[in-house]
Design a protein around this ligand. Structure first.
Ligand SMILES: [Ca+2]
Length: 556
């Protein structure tokens, strides 16, 4: 924390952008209670500090930087500003330097960015608890998963590393040849990785796990990676040993209620010690299931008729209207609400950081096509935005402002260092090599996060073909490994990735292609190889990258 405060001090004096400090002193946060007069002084100091910092711009929240004005300097004003900065520094100390806060990390499975009301007020689905949670938190509008499928993203959260570094670049168990033979995929997360859970446990945290692991079985289960011991399960799914019988599977086919029940019991039993509760839900992955009465509710709810387009040679759902999927989402939303209620009931809300995200985009091009990610293109298994842009919400009491929105592109490797820094633990740069602490963004400042990269050398089950991608500012390049063809999009103008700008921007094309290539070398990414059995024919998915057919009335 000292480093962070120093960074902000220095940033203020040298006139860099990114000194917005919203959230620091607006309300008591993770720290001990402070008497109201002190808070009043701090709030005045904060307002004055923000005014003082205004000439340097960079308050976040979309305010443009304004040029440095030499006339702003005067001895009186300088003293006043020093006072303001001291207020900020003191308040920062008070907010952050308390007993270790708890962490609740909720990871949905296959939930799309547009599947929650906080991101998509017009959605057919109902997510009142997540919407309310977002109104108490910071919502990221360009938060990404490190991969368009499951296991690699999960590994990136646990390690802070891009998937090529862990060797898990496809879902564990996945292998599908095409024109190319996919790169080899590890069957488990290596035990010498210091997972986020292990790092927190080593610092006194009690850890909790219930749900979907999908990073290895047996000796590679979550019991061996900082959770447990005593988790029961096999294959992908593990749960705490419990004397309480789980809900009837007919009412809880995705074990959503079981996970929430166990989490609530854990929270109540550990409210006096720091804990890290990791809740990787099975919802809303197929097979789709939910409480029968919820399915009845959505079958009765007025819905638009089915509508279809295509992505490559895959059929693409372009309307949200799936009753069973909606029911599954509502059951998830309610369960998340019960976990948040347990924090509140036990007086833990103000000292618990809560994260909500998903491991890949919504399923739109195969396997029942339950959702639509429009206006985002494609879905799970694809490197287009529908496959990798996720719900991303963080509530850090005393740090994040309610209902704040951050548009800076960030990725799932960033959770590891961000959470370490939020709870006051030293960073572990040798471990979370590809993560960047997002604390400045959470505080309302700006952050030069740098480019984000993807490497997916596989044929997905949803139609996607081997490829890589880079997002740098507003620009995004996708390189398809079958033929080396690249697509270039400007996401600021073209969120739906409809217009390939590669032909008219050769310089940008080369720049991003070079960056992607350099990055691949730096992470020792393994490329797919020619498949002799394919005789040069395209993969089973056919040619990818054609423009999807989309319904005009659904464009935005
Ligand atoms: Ca998934």
């Amino acid at each position: 924390m000292t480093i962070i405060r120093l960074k902000f001090f220095v940033g203020a004096f040298v006139g860099t952008r990114g000194v917005g400090l919203g959230g620091l002193v607006g309300r008591p946060g993770l720290g001990p209670p402070i008497c109201p007069p002190v808070w009043a002084v701090l709030r005045r100091g904060r307002r004055a500090a923000l005014e003082w910092l205004r000439p340097w711009g960079g308050f976040g929240r979309g305010e443009a930087a304004t040029p440095y004005r030499p006339s702003a300097w005067s001895p009186t004003r300088l003293l006043s500003r020093l006072f303001c900065l001291l207020c900020l520094a003191f308040s920062s100390h008070v907010s952050l330097a308390a007993a270790k806060p708890n962490i609740v990390f909720i990871l949905a499975d296959d939930l799309g960015y547009m599947d929650i009301g906080a991101n998509n007020p017009q959605t057919f689905y109902e997510t009142p608890r997540l919407n309310r949670f977002a109104a108490q938190a910071m919502r990221f509008t360009a938060g990404y998963a490190a991969c368009p499928v499951c296991s690699p993203t999960r590994a990136s959260i646990m390690t802070g590393k891009y998937p090529p570094r862990t060797g898990i670049t496809d879902f564990i168990g996945g292998t599908r040849p095409g024109k190319l033979l996919p790169a080899p995929n590890q069957s488990h997360l290596a035990l010498d990785e210091v997972t986020l859970a292990e790092a927190l446990r080593a610092s006194g945290y009690t850890t909790f796990f219930a749900g979907k692991w999908h990073l290895g079985d047996g000796e590679y289960s979550p019991n061996a990676q900082g959770f447990g011991p005593g988790l029961l399960g096999n294959g992908q799914f593990y749960y705490p040993r419990s004397d309480v019988p789980p809900p009837d599977p007919r009412d809880d086919p995705k074990t959503t209620d079981r996970i929430a029940n166990e989490a609530v019991r854990f929270i109540e039993a550990h409210k006096d010690q720091p804990f890290f509760a990791y809740l990787p839900l099975l919802a809303v992955h197929i097979p789709i299931g939910a409480k029968p009465e919820l399915i009845d509710k959505y079958q009765r709810k007025q819905a638009p008729p089915d509508a279809w387009g295509c992505e490559g040679s895959s059929k693409l759902r372009i309307v949200q209207n799936h009753a069973d999927y909606a029911a599954m989402i509502e059951q998830m939303d309610t369960a998340i609400g019960r976990v948040l209620d347990a924090l509140e009931r036990n007086g833990l809300t103000e000292r618990t950081i809560v994260v909500f995200t998903s491991d890949n985009g919504g399923l739109a091009t195969a396997e029942g096509h339950p959702t639509s990610n429009l206006p985002l293109r494609a879905g799970k298994g694809w490197l287009y935005e529908g496959g990798i842009r996720e719900p991303w919400i963080i509530r850090a009491p005393g740090i994040t402002q309610p209902a704040s929105v951050c548009a800076t592109p960030v990725v799932s490797t960033d959770f590891y260092p961000t959470l370490l820094e939020l709870v006051g633990l030293p960073l572990m740069p040798q471990q979370h090599v590809d993560g960047v602490s997002l604390l400045p963004l959470l505080m309302g400042a700006t952050l030069e996060r740098g480019p984000l990269y993807w490497h997916y050398p596989h044929y997905g089950n949803q139609g996607g073909a081997p490829g890589g991608a880079v997002r740098d500012g507003d620009w995004k390049l996708i390189e398809w490994y079958e033929d080396g063809r690249c697509e270039l999009f400007n996401l600021r103008d073209d969120l739906g990735e409809k217009t390939d700008r590669a032909a008219d921007n050769p310089a940008k094309l080369k720049e991003l292609r070079d960056k992607l290539d350099t990055w691949r070398k730096s992470v020792q990414a393994v490329m797919p190889t020619p498949n002799p059995a394919a005789n040069g024919k395209p993969g089973p998915q056919g040619k990818v990258g054609r423009q999807p057919i989309q319904s005009n009335n659904l464009e935005s």
